[in-house]
Design a protein around this ligand. Structure first.
Ligand SMILES: Nc1ncnc2c1ncn2[C@@H]1O[C@H](COP(=O)(O)OP(=O)(O)O)[C@@H](O)[C@H]1O
Ligand SMILES: [Mg+2]
Length: 370
């Protein structure tokens, strides 16, 4: 069990550190509120024990900051203060502290309080955080790479696996083609879900916004017209994604080329980012930039799956040259699909449901990596 002690007084820090350490706790130390907040955020302690009066960010402000942040909101906090006045206590509880202990501290009582709060927080914390579905994002650095085609086929393949719900999400809000590729006619979609969620509807029924593909994956479709798409806010869409993610086992999200806030949030939160690249020099150059951007966002290389999609019948840039240029391995090569791919689009039957061959094998191999 890890306790974070935040106090500007070195003697108090030493005392608490020794006592708690002797009683089997791992103890982290911070000398003021700001340092305390960093340690809380990065060190995920099981409990925070903080002084109230400190220079800069005081104890009340620290608790408010901890409570505001979803990652730290559930951590129990005990405030320690030299003031015994009821006003100080009220302010302490108001800020969101779980307990308020006056100095001088009775160490044995403090230890019992710490034990009780940690015990109470454990089951609550796991019940409060709903299990999140897997998020696979399919994207490219340049339009026309085959992102929507690959996302539609992956959703169908993953939807065939038993025991999990799969939902494709069309974030190409102005040109949402997923519904065409899957031959679906949604009555509602992303636009309605964002409107209802931001309008304060408490509990949304996700089925109202989704349409199902032949007993397999669901689809959250893009708005039907570009004008309706322009009314969407990125914050609204993020809210929809977060909500949907807690109700589905796996989301497959079609993210068109963008470095906007929304795209970056999706990349950061995704278990896997499938980057599709076609064998052409401008696409390769932009892909190198995208891979760099993902790296600086903290999306580690093992979370990125690079797919070389052979859009042309004949190409000079084969797998080896693409790998040399991008300085990383290509995970899957999708061969040129020609007429078959065109038929699939026109009939609304993704290739994995209607055809056989090397392209279908490659898409199946890719789904196996997710
Ligand atoms: N491997 C492939 N072989 C042949 N045509 C393909 C292949 N992948 C995609 N296409 C075609 O390329 C076009 C663009 O694909 P699309 O998925 O809409 O790209 P994006 O979503 O990246 O803009 C579509 O007509 C699609 O059928
Ligand atoms: Mg597309």
């Amino acid at each position: 069990m890890k306790v974070l002690v935040v106090d500007d007084e070195p003697s108090v820090r030493r005392l608490l550190q020794r006592y708690l350490g002797d009683n089997g706790y791992e103890v982290a130390i911070a000398g003021d509120g700001a340092e305390g907040w960093e340690a809380a955020r990065d060190g995920s302690p099981d409990l925070i024990l903080s002084d109230v009066a400190m220079p800069g960010m005081d104890g009340y402000e620290l608790v408010r900051t901890v409570r505001r942040n979803p990652a730290t909101a559930a951590i129990p906090v005990i405030l320690l203060s030299a003031h015994r006045g009821s006003d100080d206590m009220v302010e302490g509880y108001r800020s969101g502290a779980d307990d308020y202990v006056a100095k001088p501290v009775d160490m044995e009582v403090l230890r019992l309080k710490i034990d009780a709060l940690i015990r109470r927080a454990q089951p609550e914390a796991s019940a409060a955080a709903p299990a999140l579905g897997r998020l696979t994002c399919v994207t490219s650095a340049k339009g026309g790479a085959g992102v929507t085609t690959i996302a539609a086929n992956l959703a169908v393949l993953l939807g065939r696996r038993g025991g999990q719900t799969v939902c494709a999400v069309d974030l190409d809000v102005t040109h949402g083609d997923l519904q065409v590729l899957l031959d679906l006619r949604p009555r509602a979609g992303l636009g309605e879900a964002a409107r209802d969620l931001s309008g304060g509807v408490e509990t949304v029924t996700w089925d109202d916004y989704l349409v199902r593909h032949e007993g397999g994956p669901w689809l959250l479709a893009a708005p039907p017209t570009p004008l309706e798409a322009s009314a969407l806010s990125e914050a609204g869409v993020s809210q929809v994604l977060a909500g949907l993610r807690s109700s589905q086992d796996h989301l497959v999200v079609d993210v068109p080329p963008s470095y906007g806030e929304l795209a970056l949030t999706v990349y950061e939160g995704a278990e896997r980012v499938v980057v599709v690249v076609s064998p052409e020099i401008t696409a390769l150059r932009r892909t190198r930039e995208l891979l760099g951007a993902l790296e600086s966002l903290g999306v580690t290389e093992d979370r990125v799956l690079l797919v070389l999609n052979t859009l042309f019948e004949k190409t000079v840039l084969d797998r080896g040259r693409v790998e040399a240029f991008l300085r990383r391995p290509v995970n899957v090569v999708v061969p040129f699909g020609g007429r078959g791919f065109l038929e699939a689009v026109n009939s609304g039957r993704p290739v994995v449901t209607s055809q056989r061959g090397r392209a279908v094998d490659a898409l199946t191999e890719l789904a196996g990596l997710l």
